[in-house]
Design a protein around this ligand. Structure first.
Ligand code: ADP
Ligand code: ASP
Ligand code: MG
Length: 418
């Protein structure tokens, strides 16, 4: 008998019919004799709807109150799934974030999980009751509801798996595994049997939304075994224990397996970045820190940064990217700091996309970046910014060219399926 965490995303939970289907999958797993904890997302589109209400109420909303609003979507689906399971004769109950509780820090809208009290949960599971846990939500030290950032139910699932020492955390979604790129953009994307934690972490962080970045980091740190698989299957489909999806594995496991290593593992696109340029910033020590210190203070993550060569008047332009969701706050902070920074104009652009290629292979191979630049140049796609890490190269381009760029690169790196 094992403990298993099953996580179901928004499309899998979209409506009573889908929830009933999920309940069947959960029941089947429980009937194998496993103790099951289920982590659920809100219905597809629901979180967006709730976020929009907050924006309409005030563009500079209080993140603590935003959390109260957006956590509601998961509360609904967790109750509904418990009801559906009970209707099938299973013992089930919901455990809201504050009831367990799942303790988080107080960085509202992007809180981090600290500890999870597992005692009552484990006792209930040991008594044969299926635990249904709304993803995405937790409780701060001062007793306020928090949420974990968009896509955060994946992280809830991995955290619960670590807390109850589950044998595996199955992330059920609307595709049957992790592909070389989003299979909805590139029909020739190939499904990966396994991908390493390190590569998955990088892919997620550059926009491959199949798993939330933090969930992968946490799984890597806690040694949680994670499988990505489809919930859109019929009764005759192979069960989850036979690993029909994609396993996230360590480097050593991959070495030992029969999976052939490619130079590039995957390509990701992110349309949720915004580009900000500050013109005529003084070109002197401390100027850049005057820009980024207040942004860090406001908890805004800055990604790509370019500082141009100074002009004769001792001035320069500074360009950087941040999540579009933070753009209003970012602009607000910079406008308040205008005197201290001493820039001329603030120009923002949300019509950009970041395209990234990821692969451990590039640690030991030269030429990965130049293949990217050449392939994009051949299609006359202009590069606005570049950033690299040990296993990744990213470029910022016009948003309209996203699909074309991903397809072109997928072919250029020889990833297309036969
Ligand atoms: P869920 O609601 O189940 O959490 P998400 O929409 O967050 O689902 O993630 C699943 C989606 O991720 C897929 O529908 C797919 O379009 C997208 N995706 C992006 N990159 C990849 C990739 N490399 N492999 C598989 N799916 C990907
Ligand atoms: N419902 C939340 C979102 O849409 C969390 C999740 O689904 O993972 O971001
Ligand atoms: Mg998701």
């Amino acid at each position: 008998m094992a403990r298993i965490v099953m996580k179901f995303g928004g499309t899998s939970m979209a409506g009573t019919e889908r929830i009933r289907r999920v309940a069947q999958l959960v029941k089947r797993q429980a009937e194998r004799g496993d103790q099951v904890a289920v982590v659920v997302s809100a219905m597809a589109g629901e979180t967006d709807r709730l976020v929009n209400f907050c924006r309409e109420a005030n563009a500079l909303y209080d993140p603590a109150e935003y959390d109260v609003v957006v956590a509601a979507g998961e509360q609904v689906t967790s109750g509904l799934l418990a009801i559906a399971l009970q209707a099938m004769g299973c013992k089930a109950r919901s455990w809201l974030g504050w009831q367990m509780p799942i303790h988080t820090d107080s960085a509202h809208a992007k809180a981090r999980i600290g500890t999870i009290d597992n005692e009552a949960l484990l006792a209930s599971m040991a008594g044969g009751t299926i635990a249904v846990i709304p993803g995405f939500q937790g409780l701060t030290d001062d007793n306020r509801i928090s949420t974990l950032g968009r896509g955060g139910s994946d992280t809830s699932a991995v955290a619960v798996a670590a807390a109850i020492k589950a044998g595996r955390c199955d992330i059920y979604t609307d595709v049957d595994g992790v592909y070389t790129t989003d299979p909805r953009i590139v029909a020739r994307a190939r499904k990966l049997k396994a991908v390493t934690y390190e590569e998955m972490l990088e892919l997620a962080s550059v926009g491959s939304k199949v798993l939330q970045t933090r969930s992968v980091g946490l799984a890597m740190k806690e040694g949680v075994r994670v499988q990505v698989l489809s919930s859109f299957i019929d009764e005759n489909a192979p069960d989850a224990d036979s690993i029909p999806g994609t396993m996230i594995v360590t480097d050593e496991e991959l070495e030992k397996s029969d999976v052939e290593r490619q130079l590039i593992t995957g390509i990701a696109a992110d349309k949720n970045e915004a580009k900000i340029t500050l013109t005529r910033v003084p070109d002197r020590p401390g100027a850049v820190s005057n820009i980024f210190a207040p942004l860090a203070e406001a908890n805004i993550n800055v990604d790509m940064i370019i500082q141009n060569v100074g002009r004769d008047k001792g001035e320069t332009d500074v360009t950087f990217t941040c999540p579009q969701a933070d753009l209003a706050r970012c602009t607000d902070v910079l406008q308040n700091q205008r005197e201290a920074i001493g820039y001329n104009r603030l120009i923002s652009d949300t019509k950009v996309a970041k395209i990234s290629v990821v692969g451990v292979g590039m640690k030991s191979h030269a030429g990965v970046a130049s293949t990217m630049f050449t392939a994009l140049a051949d299609r006359k796609i202009n590069i606005q910014a570049i950033s690299t890490s040990e296993i990744k190269v990213s470029v910022l381009i016009d948003e309209d060219e996203t699909e074309l760029a991903v397809r072109v690169l997928h072919t250029a790196y020889g990833l297309d399926a036969e």
